[in-house]
Design a protein around this ligand. Structure first.
Ligand code: FES
Length: 164
């Protein structure tokens, strides 16, 4: 994204309330992550400390500081989901997406498949605990998730079973 595009985005969000989140959301949607150089530019243009921008980006799971794949799969590991089997959901997703088992919890950061099709990550509560365990793919929430039901969900996003 060039500086002129960033200026255009900034000019669309001149209301103080929610301004920063709106601008960051727009950058995330367009770039699929928040590049460091854009954060630095934004910090200089709005005269807001870079550390404040970082704290916002790292607080909200919607934002990512690393490039993400075509589809973002987020598994809730909050207490209600954990109790209802979120760990098995995460492990099964790692297997289906051919990612090293345990990598998502170990690194605590999004992990992307080799073909760049999916990024797997964890979050802490979507506020949908009554339908735990919950995962989100892009902007769609899936409740009462089961390991057996995961292939059908992934297929909606172009995933196909890997044939050896
Ligand atoms: S703990 Fe998973 S949605 Fe609340």
């Amino acid at each position: 994204m060039d500086e002129k595009t960033l200026d255009d985005i900034i000019s669309q969000y001149d209301a103080p309330s929610g301004r920063l989140l709106g601008i960051l959301g727009e950058i995330q949607n367009r770039e699929r992550y928040i590049p460091r150089e854009l954060l630095e530019m934004l910090s200089a243009k709005l005269k807001i400390p870079l550390s404040h921008l970082y704290s916002l980006v790292t607080f909200y799971s919607f934002f990512s500081l690393q490039p993400v794949g075509d589809h973002r799969v987020t598994v809730c590991m909050g207490t209600a989901c954990h109790v209802k089997g979120a760990a098995a959901i995460l492990t099964t997703l790692e297997q289906l997406l051919c990612l090293p088992e345990g990598v998502t919890e170990e690194t605590r950061s999004p992990v992307t498949t080799e073909d760049n099709a999916f990024t797997l990550e964890i979050a802490r509560c979507f506020g949908a605990c009554s339908i735990a365990p919950v995962l989100r793919v892009d902007n769609h929430l899936y409740g009462y998730a089961t390991p057996d039901g995961l292939p059908a969900i992934l297929e909606e996003y172009g995933w196909r079973k890997h044939e050896d």
